[in-house]
Design a protein around this ligand. Structure first.
Ligand code: B1N
Length: 829
């Protein structure tokens, strides 16, 4: 297409391509009012707060898109090497606040709204977040987008536009109840549909091999179902810089319905087919459930991978490049194995559709992909049964067999034993034959990384040990990071301002600058301001808790917080054992060394995870007992805040004193909540697991409350034959607490309700709660003592924040650039 010179000159002369970033108060007010009238067609008398939010979002989106257009132009002009990030999950959180920060117009917007008698905080509160992920993995992808945009990484993030995100959690009678998350109900002002960017995705049918017109061997895949994926783009703005796109695919029926056969029977059939197609992207699967055999999930994975790869290839060819240079221009980063079918799909596209020969296609493929592993939990390692896989994706099954047979031949040439070869095969033959997606991703990638130093080491020593021995250079570590702009600047403005007063604002783009706070750690005036801000944040959270959980909390108590998905390995029930130990001490009149504490929990349990749901009920029951007991006299409060999500998280971290990171060592790949708490001045009580290890190294062991077994001791305990009942017999306090579970005391006389938890702990205790119990209790005593020395506590809190530089997602992305992506950032000027 020949460029339209008139439009191009309009772009450059009106400050669209170049020009200042910010906006004045009056410009914001004008845009906002214009969007209120012309964008929504609302007269002021009828406009709701949500209308005002939407109008403001539209006004800001215009500016965000301008940054995106600028960035894309620069990336294209430089023919830059870039990244396509493939993730089945994203948790962007509310967009408006972050976009205002990125444009540096928070103050101006607040003033502009005040002039028309509106309050920015109320408007911000209207936003419903896209819950397109389960937890840490999805939120990490979004933190990385913030950093990639800020650093100017030429990139595009692909995913699925689920119509219903992670379920909404309500607590009724202490039990979790799920309802659908209708996040699109009021519309979504941030996304732009791109009907012209759409691809066909095939499923089912059969393959047929033959000789094509040029006399070459070729395979045709005659699918029986065709679905269309349509792009929905959300611009993500970096701080004072570039904008990148999150491109999410929605499933639609293909246009070519056979409406020509015009009788009503066929019409309804066609509509039915349309509805079936659109089901594909209806709902996000909550993890932890047994996902194996979930046909729709495999379909979702292939659907978004197929659209994303076709789109990447389109972008590549659009730049006038050759397909056999794909790996020179793109790294495709696989966020866990959820998109790992991409290895087979790229081979199919190159070999079948673009007629590249196998060896060349394999070279391109294994130099294009890089794979991030996020878990060692055996039950979370993806496997697809050959039977299901072959029915949905017959051509991909053939391709995987071919990749595997060539790979196993290489292993045979290395004289590997039959046992080892079977272990490394992409196909698991024992039990139901299935495809090991982590093996496919590893064989098909040029780099494999874990998400914390410990996790990357264990990945090499355990789950992918054979592969790490074969290809030692393929394995690396990139420790996770978080967007400090979202989780401190936007969500804790008072603390951010105090920090900037002391050390300037460079820390917004270089978190290591926080180190400058160390000089003020002993400054009593600074300590007081520091803790006053914490208290104000705790008051605000208390208000929320009273409204949504019906519990009144004194904000001067220590806020001891555990928020994350509910899972046995994360050991929320260990926290419960601690609370019950304190309760019993108070009842016995031995509570004088307990500091007044509010125990705050939040997090979702997978709907099909029996034990996790029972743990929520246990927390609620303990809350009922403790909160109402006059002997406790308000010294302890327990609360479960419903529906944990990014928005709620942004209220909780700034108001926390103590961060609970108590998973059994070796189980939490990294954790990222741990970083968000510490960044907001909470002290951590934790095991040597995931990124806790590195947090402790950074903040200093005297500023971190450590307890529990190490990974090695966990392994040793197992080898020696662990008998949890011995701990029950020997530790009388622990025995008393565990007996409470089956005494009926917590459950209106029902002795069965918590028996499954009791029996699990006494008989198996797979996560060694009883073994770690005493160490945890002793550590908590230390914590309560430390809390009684406010200056000491404030000093430790300041030192924690001062040493969080490493955990910015800017640093993580810099690591990806250097260790894996090998590309040049292009910052917007
Ligand atoms: O990924 C986070 C880590 O910080 C956490 O430690 C880790 O548990 C988390 C299946 C997962 N690992 N695996 C998942 C998510 C969805 C799903 O369907 C597995 N999430 C993690 C970021 O690295």
């Amino acid at each position: 297409k020949t460029p339209n010179k008139k439009i191009e000159s309009y772009f450059s002369s009106n400050g669209i391509v170049s020009g200042k970033l910010g906006l004045s108060k009056d410009e914001i007010k004008d845009s906002f009012l214009e969007k209120t009238f012309y964008g929504l067609g609302r007269i002021p008398a009828l406009a709701t707060q949500n209308d005002f939010y939407t109008a403001m979002a539209f006004a800001i989106r215009d500016r965000v898109l301008r940054q995106f257009v600028r960035s894309t132009q620069q990336f294209n002009e430089k023919d830059a090497r870039g990244v396509a990030y493939l993730s089945a999950e994203y948790l962007p959180g509310p967009h408006l606040g972050n976009n205002l920060l990125s444009l540096e117009i928070i103050k101006e917007t607040r003033e502009a709204l005040a002039e028309v008698n509106l309050d920015l905080d109320e408007i911000l509160d209207q936003e419903v977040e896209p819950g397109l992920g389960n937890g840490g993995l999805g939120r990490l992808a979004s933190c990385y987008m913030d950093a990639m945009a800020t650093l100017g990484i030429p990139s595009i993030a692909y995913g699925i536009r689920y119509e219903f995100g992670i379920f909404k959690q309500e607590i009724r009678d202490g039990w979790q109840e799920e309802s659908t998350d209708k996040w699109l109900h009021y519309g979504n002002p941030w996304e732009i549909v791109r009907p012209e960017i759409a691809y066909e995705v095939h499923f089912g049918g059969k393959t047929e091999s033959g000789i094509d017109e040029k006399g070459n061997y070729s395979v045709a895949w005659n699918a029986d179902t065709v679905i269309k994926g349509v792009a929905y783009d959300t611009p993500i703005l970096g701080y004072k810089s570039n904008g990148i796109i999150m491109r999410l695919w929605k499933a639609e029926a293909i246009e070519s319905f056979d409406f020509s056969i015009y009788n009503s029977g066929d019409y309804y059939k066609a509509v039915e087919k349309k509805m079936r197609s659109e089901n594909l992207t209806k709902v996000l699967y909550p993890n932890d459930e047994n996902l194996q055999g979930k046909e729709l999930r495999l379909k979702q994975q292939y659907f978004f991978v197929c659209c994303s790869l076709k789109d990447t290839i389109r972008l590549h060819l659009l730049q006038g490049r050759k397909l056999d240079q794909l790996h020179d221009k793109f790294t495709i980063q696989l966020n866990d194995t959820h998109p790992s079918i991409a290895v087979a799909e790229l081979m199919r596209l190159l070999v079948d559709e673009h007629k590249m020969e196998w060896e060349k296609a394999w070279h391109v493929t294994r130099h294009t992909f890089a794979y991030t592993n996020h878990t060692l939990l055996p039950e979370a390692l993806e496997k697809w049964s050959i039977d299901l896989f072959g029915r949905l994706l017959p051509r991909h099954l053939e391709i995987i067999y071919e990749i595997n047979s060539r790979f196993l031949n290489e292993l045979r040439e290395l004289q590997y034993s039959a046992n080892k070869i079977a272990r490394m095969s992409l196909i698991e033959e024992s039990g139901e034959p299935s495809i090991r997606m982590a093996h496919l991703a590893t064989v098909g990638s040029f780099k494999v990384n874990g998400v914390s130093a410990l996790h990357s080491r264990l990945l090499k020593e355990q789950v992918l040990n054979d592969f790490a021995e074969l290809w030692p250079d393929k394995f690396t570590n990139v420790t996770n990071g978080i967007s400090h702009r979202r989780f401190l600047v936007v969500s804790n403005p008072a603390l951010s301002d105090l920090i900037s007063e002391k050390i300037g604002r460079d820390w917004l783009t270089d978190l290591y600058k926080l180190k400058g706070l160390e000089a003020f750690a002993e400054d009593e005036d600074f300590q007081k301001k520091w803790m006053d801000i914490k208290l104000e944040n705790k008051k605000a959270l208390s208000k929320h808790i009273e409204e949504y959980a019906g519990v009144k909390i004194d904000p001067t108590m220590m806020f001891d917080v555990q928020v994350k998905r509910i899972h046995e390995y994360k050991r929320q029930h260990l926290k419960v054992l601690h609370i019950l130990s304190l309760y019993r001490r108070i009842k016995k009149g031995e509570g004088e060394r307990i500091s007044p504490t509010a125990f705050i929990f939040a997090g979702k349990a997978a709907p099909g995870y029996f034990m996790a749901k029972r743990i929520i009920k246990l927390i609620s029951s303990v809350a009922d007992l403790v909160n109402k007991d006059p002997d406790v006299n308000g010294k302890l409060k327990v609360v479960f805040i419903p529906n944990f999500n990014v928005k709620l998280a942004q209220r909780i971290y700034p108001a926390s004193d103590l961060s609970e990171q108590i998973s059994m060592a070796g189980k939490e790949a990294s954790g990222t909540g741990n970083m968000k708490f510490a960044l907001n001045g909470a002290l951590t009580v934790g095991t040597l697991d995931g990124a806790n290890v590195e947090i402790r190294d950074e903040v200093g062991k005297e500023n971190f409350f450590l307890f529990g077994l190490t990974t090695e001791e966990v392994q040793q305990t197992r080898q020696d034959g662990y008998r949890p009942s011995e701990y029950y017999e020997q530790n009388k306090e622990l025995q008393g607490i565990l007996d409470m579970l089956i005494s009926g005391e917590l459950s209106n006389g029902d002795t069965e309700l918590f028996k499954p938890i009791f029996e699990n702990l006494l008989q198996q205790d797979p996560y060694l709660l009883l073994k770690d119990y005493q160490s945890y209790i002793d550590c908590q005593e230390e914590i309560h003592e430390a809390w009684r020395k406010p200056k000491e506590w404030a000093r430790m809190s300041i030192l924690n924040v001062a040493n969080m530089g490493k955990f910015s997602s800017d640093r993580s992305i810099q690591d990806y650039v250097e260790k894996i992506w090998n590309l040049q950032p292009i910052k917007a000027d």
